[in-house]
Design a protein around this ligand. Structure first.
Ligand code: AKG
Ligand code: FE2
Length: 498
């Protein structure tokens, strides 16, 4: 279904000019893509592929990964759904809450994080809007860290009162760093649910910028899909920064009573030029290969990668009797496989191979099965994230010498194979699994102290109780010796006196 025009349209661009980054010729304007151009709803979205070159994107990824004060957001089952952090600038001190998650105000911001964010803001906005004065650059940003393809963001609109997006124009500019992910946009129905038939699929690659402008937050929703299940745990991490303009500051913010407003069209200082496809460009079909632009789509689970993005499916086309998503349909037609897909498959194949090799040598005390039991009964090593696999490899007791080499190789490979070059060790740190690291350290310490006895959990507890018992017995015998000594002394004194 196309995005049918609204019966009661929003204000026309002519009567109410709009601050539109996508219409001012900034960025690498010739590569800019118009993803949504819906004048009746005043909804506009643009993508600037590779606005950041690969070297800068990698540098900023590493800086933010290490310096941002990430907070883990957990789902209903205690799993980490993603990590976030919130950044405010220009004197603003507002916190940020969405859904039932509160992500700000971040407690302590290190100077490295502040510097990285300021540099990044300057780089992106001096490129996208060269005429815009720096004091009009956005005053806040929400950052998301997706450790793998299982972490995501559900359907939502960034329509909180802070940004005023429910009733006025509201621009949001998003930068993607790291692994490629799929971003979907759809129209909102009367119950604030996305309308499946209007889904627009966008791939966001390392260094890409996407803007959502005008009334996008009022009429549409967006969603970052999870990747297909068997590949998701191996998906390279991604960082996303979404800059926003806070226009209604919170009561506790220093800027509460200052008149802050988002920039308007004249602040761009250039005449806006509207793209050629001004009339109706939605739904945006560009990511689909040419031959699949027109054939009918059905909402199904892809028969090849089993990806069911939302409500059991995603847009699929029929290819040789099979219903396939656009990635599998392209691969099926012999088109070049995306480098992320290729890398993920290779990483998965290698690591699973190593684990199976370790499994075969059944001389390990801490068996793969016991690890599986502790981790909710998964049986297939291919379904584990590299992080979990590594934690298992590290928890294996008394790895025989020949296997130690295999383990070291697997770890070295993991460290070098991620697309962005960041090692899995770093990933462990960023996930903030401090409790597990603390316990591992404690365990290692105990192992060193009692090499013959130390085991996990109950065994360690037994060790402590038996130690207590021995200590108590020792003190009792010491007391008995002291007592008898005392008695002897009094007896001797009595004899001497007599
Ligand atoms: O990661 C993304 O691309 C989307 C993030 C997002 O929608 C948000 O932070 O509100
Ligand atoms: Fe969002």
């Amino acid at each position: 279904m196309a995005w049918e025009p609204l019966h009661a349209p929003e204000a026309a661009l002519e009567s109410e000019p709009l601050f539109l980054l996508g219409a001012n010729g900034g960025g690498n304007a010739k590569d800019k893509e118009t993803i949504i151009w819906d004048e009746s709803r005043r909804c506009f979205a643009f993508r600037w592929p590779s606005l950041l070159d690969q070297v800068s994107a990698k540098r900023f990824f590493q800086d933010l990964q290490a310096s941002a004060p990430w907070d883990q957001l957990r789902g209903r089952h205690g799993n980490v759904v993603r990590s976030t952090c919130w950044y405010v600038r220009n004197g603003c001190s507002c916190g940020y809450t969405y859904g039932n998650a509160r992500v700000g105000l971040t407690r302590s911001i290190c100077s490295q994080f502040k510097k990285t964010m300021e540099d990044l803001t300057a780089l992106v906005f001096s490129s996208l809007a060269p005429g815009l004065s720096p004091d009009l650059w956005p005053n806040s940003a929400n950052l998301n860290y997706y450790a793998d393809g299982l972490q995501s963001v559900g359907w939502h609109a960034d329509d909180e009162s802070l940004f005023g997006g429910k009733c006025q124009d509201c621009s949001i500019v998003s930068l993607s760093l790291g692994g490629r992910r799929e971003f979907w946009i759809a129209l909102k129905d009367d119950e604030a649910e996305p309308i499946k038939e209007t889904v627009v699929e966008v791939d966001l690659q390392d260094g890409d910028v996407l803007s959502m402008e005008g009334m996008m937050q009022k009429h549409t929703m967006h969603f970052l899909t999870r990747e297909p299940h068997h590949r998701a745990p191996f998906w390279p991490p991604r960082i996303n920064i979404t800059w926003r303009w806070i226009v209604n500051h919170r009561p506790c913010c220093f800027l509460r009573h200052s008149a802050t407003s988002a920039p308007c069209a004249k602040d761009l200082h250039v005449p806006q030029s509207f793209p050629g496809e001004r009339v109706a460009s939605s739904p945006w079909m560009k990511p689909w290969p040419d031959e699949f632009q027109h054939p009918p789509k059905e909402w199904r689970c892809c028969m090849q990668c089993r990806h069911n993005g939302w409500q059991g499916g995603r847009n699929c086309v029929e290819v040789k009797g099979e219903w396939l998503c656009r990635h599998c349909a392209s691969a099926c037609r012999g088109q070049e496989v995306d480098p992320t897909d290729r890398m993920v498959e290779e990483l998965r194949r290698r690591l699973v191979g190593k684990v199976k090799l370790l499994q075969k040598k059944r001389c390990l005390r801490n068996s793969w099965e016991s690890f599986c039991d502790r981790n909710q009964g998964f049986r297939d090593p291919g379904r584990y994230s590299p992080t979990l696999l590594l934690s298992w490899l590290e928890s294996v007791d008394e790895v025989p010498e020949d296997l130690q080499k295999v383990l070291q190789e697997a770890q070295a490979e993991l460290a070098t194979m991620s697309v962005d070059g960041s090692s899995t060790k770093e990933k462990l740190v960023i996930q903030g699994d401090q409790e597990r690291r603390r316990q591992n350290k404690l365990l290692q310490h105990r192992r060193k102290k009692h090499p013959d006895k130390a085991q996990k959990g109950g065994a360690v507890l037994r060790l402590d109780v038996s130690e207590l018992y021995i200590a108590a017995r020792r003190s009792l015998s010491a007391l008995a010796v002291l007592g008898s000594l005392g008695l002897m002394i009094s007896y001797l004194r009595f004899i001497l006196i007599v």
